[in-house]
Design a protein. Structure first.
Length: 436
């Protein structure tokens, strides 16, 4: 089968690879990624992993690279350490502190850190690779690797007391029609024994046809504790195709929360490789889709070693003519005895025209484990709605309160209090209600 690569995308790759400066290892990595993407092309609906999500419209657009622009971030915490990335370029936040180092490949120390985690360019063993996004597994992640302009690198050490906020903004300096692609790449390394909280946000400044093809790699070393909240709240003319992959070391804790509110078409592939004994892992999500949005989340948890616990809760609210896809995989490898893995996917349909495609998967190759998974789809119950309306609440407000209660199970697990409050406000706004 011939790979499909739009001419505009092909030119973006060719120009970027030819113009690449920086360390020699990066040039090798870029060329290798460009070749893999050229061979594979844009995923098609005939690919099982993309069965319910078509990229035909994306593939037919005349895309160009995102221009240099100025933008403003969206922040949740008043005293956070802030990093602003505009159109894939670091605009604010480079620093070097005792417990936190932030910058790009122009920083020698961070470049050395990146070379260990980005520098492998050929097929490698998942068990031994320092890479979290393996070469060739995700075509659009290969496209990101071939074309990103600046890599944002964050190294966490010891106790990081301030919440770290990364805001990725896609914008134009002037309000005009333009089809452009932004390929931000982020590497987060939590060093052994470190503790931190981090918010990663994706928003748009000017509403115009655009595409975010993002990639985030997270390394949680032995004994580290990282809470990581990812929020995608772009305009409804945006395409967002993201890849978020993590690896955990021995006795580490990684709490990952995915909040999806925006995008005309939004797809996220999220995976966590649990590679050290004694790990605790959360992989939770809240999705609110309305109008004609199409939101697709593919998650994967790999239990590769014994004595680890993982918990996954995905809550999805689907209104109007929106479509939501969920594919949640848990693999318990042969050596992963004493694994405790729980997965729950629940969808709330707010309209007869809303669609949910849910596919939980659990594959167990060990025999001494405790694993459960399940999926439920339903509507708001009439009795609670009647009870609330009988006490004077408008229908929209009563529905919004019940929907928030449905989604709150995930939001309440987060420990960043200012974020929780603003997410509640944003959820009510998304549901068309000004307040409680």
């Amino acid at each position: 089968m011939v790979a499909v690569v739009p001419e505009s995308i092909f030119h973006m790759i060719e120009e970027n690879v030819q113009a690449t400066n920086g360390p020699s290892w990066l040039q090798v990595v870029r060329r290798s990624a460009a070749k893999r993407f050229a061979d594979s092309g844009i995923p098609k609906s005939s690919d099982e992993e993309w069965k319910y999500t078509s990229l035909r419209d994306f593939g037919s657009q005349p895309w160009g690279p995102a221009p240099v622009a100025h933008g403003e971030g969206r922040w949740f915490c008043p005293d956070s350490h802030r990093v602003l990335v505009v159109n894939g370029r670091i605009a604010m936040g480079s620093c070097s502190e005792a417990n936190l180092k932030v910058g790009g490949l122009d920083d020698t120390e961070l470049a050395e850190l990146a070379s260990r985690h980005l520098g492998s360019c050929g097929p490698v063993s998942t068990e031994t690779s320092a890479r979290t996004i393996e070469p060739g597994q995700h075509p659009l992640a290969d496209f990101n690797l071939a074309t990103f302009e600046e890599a944002l690198i964050i190294e966490l050490r010891g106790q990081v007391n301030q919440t770290v906020e990364i805001c990725h903004v896609l914008t134009l300096d002037q309000d005009k029609d333009a089809n452009f692609v932004c390929t931000p790449r982020t590497l987060i390394v939590a060093q052994p024994g470190s503790q931190a909280k981090l918010i990663e946000t994706y928003v748009t400044g000017v509403c115009s046809p655009n595409a975010f093809l993002s990639a985030t790699e997270v390394v949680v070393e032995a004994g580290a504790h990282l809470e990581h909240v990812r929020i995608q709240d772009q305009c409804l003319c945006s395409t967002h195709i993201g890849n978020w992959q993590a690896k955990q070391g021995k006795d580490s804790t990684y709490l990952a929360y995915n909040v999806v509110l925006g995008g005309k078409l939004a797809r996220l592939d999220q995976g966590i490789w649990i590679g050290g004994e004694g790990c605790t892992t959360r992989l939770d999500g809240v999705v609110v889709a309305s109008k004609a949005q199409h939101v697709d989340n593919h998650t994967r948890l790999d239990h590769a070693v014994p004595n680890c616990n993982s918990f996954e809760i995905y809550k999805q609210v689907v209104a109007d003519e929106a479509t939501v896809v969920f594919n949640g995989k848990i693999f318990v490898h042969q050596d992963a005895q004493k694994t405790d893995a729980k997965q729950t996917n629940q969808a709330l349909l707010m309209s007869p025209n809303a669609t949910i495609n849910s596919k939980p998967q659990l594959e167990i190759f060990a025999d001494d484990v405790k694993c459960t998974h399940g999926a439920t789809v339903g509507q708001l119950e009439d009795l609670p709605l009647f009870y609330m309306r009988s006490r004077g609440m408008e229908k929209d407000e009563a529905q919004a309160l019940l929907v928030y209660a449905f989604a709150a199970e995930v939001i309440e697990l987060m420990t960043i209090e200012p974020l929780k409050q603003k997410l509640e406000e944003r959820l009510y706004e998304k549901l068309g209600v000004a307040g409680k």
